[in-house]
Design a protein around this ligand. Structure first.
Ligand code: C2E
Ligand code: CA
Ligand code: CA
Ligand code: CA
Length: 278
């Protein structure tokens, strides 16, 4: 049936994931870094293309290594996923970023926090309860948190994943499909998952001015999203030409180096204070 077929597609995409042997760190090194609080969220703003206001902040994990400087998430996320430890990172980043964003929320900034959720975590049946209690403890309303579901590993049990996502949506969280167009989302899944947002992958945004195929994908993604009443976000916007093209194609929000790179919490707060009236 279609679920088995989708699980197979996802299993194939997982084979290209970086193998544990190539990793520069061991799982226990990464886990103790999480415990020591060395892995922290940076925040990248999402901007509204209509009025240039900041509408959201995506939390992106950074390992502040005592000797090696900042280590990007791609060097440790695959390792945690393959060893069954990705939940520790997800929940730690969720907790830290909710506490920080709750402060902004209390200052009157009406922005939505986005946190990345590995599809591996969706296999954990208790996940939605743990997410709810962390967000509740922070004081942020669930409706101010969007969970971005990334394609990064095989879904062993698609039923659990759909159940978790449906439960989270029913509790008021936003659900975003990340890297849209790169494989995870079939039209079938778009229909079945209670989504609120669709993020167009950077690979299409970065080539859409030169390749008409890329632009066609960007434009049709926006059209599908509009019909399904989903918010559209373009990621990896680096040039003014891309911004103008996305704006003309009626994309709602955009993220990328043109606007801002991911920032430490205090710098993100300065950005909010500089361009947003509180
Ligand atoms: P993603 O969710 O697709 O995040 C976007 C990535 O693109 C980020 O890389 C961001 O820094 C980068 N980026 C943003 N704007 C631009 C741009 O204009 N140009 C270019 N070239 N890049 C841009 P980052 O922070 O290295 O994160 C990589 C991936 O790691 C993320 O991709 C996400 O899938 C994953 N990730 C990050 N933090 C977490 C986390 O806390 N939990 C989980 N499960 N995954 C995470
Ligand atoms: Ca993301
Ligand atoms: Ca993405
Ligand atoms: Ca991406």
């Amino acid at each position: 049936d279609s679920i088995t077929r989708q699980a197979k597609v996802l299993a194939i995409s997982a084979q290209s994931a970086p193998s544990t042997e190539d990793a520069a760190f061991s799982v226990s090194q990464v886990l103790s870094a999480i415990e020591r609080g060395e892995i922290i969220p940076f925040f990248q703003p999402k901007f509204c293309l209509r009025d240039n206001r900041i509408v959201g902040a995506e939390a992106l994990a950074r390992w502040q290594h005592p000797t090696n400087g900042f280590i990007p998430p791609d060097s440790f996320i695959g390792l945690l996923e393959q060893s069954g430890n990705i939940d520790q990172l997800t929940l730690s980043i969720l907790e830290q970023s909710c506490q920080i964003a709750a402060g902004w929320y209390q200052q009157g900034y009406n922005i939505c926090l986005a946190v990345n959720l590995s599809t591996v975590s969706l296999q954990n049946k208790a996940l939605s309860e743990r997410i709810c209690s962390i967000v509740e403890a922070s004081g942020l309303p669930n409706s101010a948190v969007t969970l971005e579901v990334t394609e990064s590993a095989a879904i062993a049990n698609l039923g659990y994943a759909l159940e978790n996502l449906t439960r989270l949506r029913m509790r008021g969280f936003g659900i975003s499909i990340d890297d849209f167009g790169t494989g995870f989302a079939s039209m079938e899944q778009l229909r079945r998952i209670a989504l609120t947002e669709l993020k167009i992958d950077r690979s299409f945004v970065s080539t859409m001015l030169e390749e008409k195929e890329s632009f066609a994908i960007v434009q049709s993604s926006i059209e599908i999203a509009n019909r399904l009443n989903l918010t559209t976000v373009a990621e990896g916007v680096e040039t003014e030409e891309q911004r103008a093209m996305l704006s003309a194609a009626t994309c709602h929000h955009a993220q990328g180096y043109l606007f801002s790179k991911p920032l430490p919490a205090d710098e993100f707060e300065k950005l909010l204070q500089n361009i947003e009236p509180s």
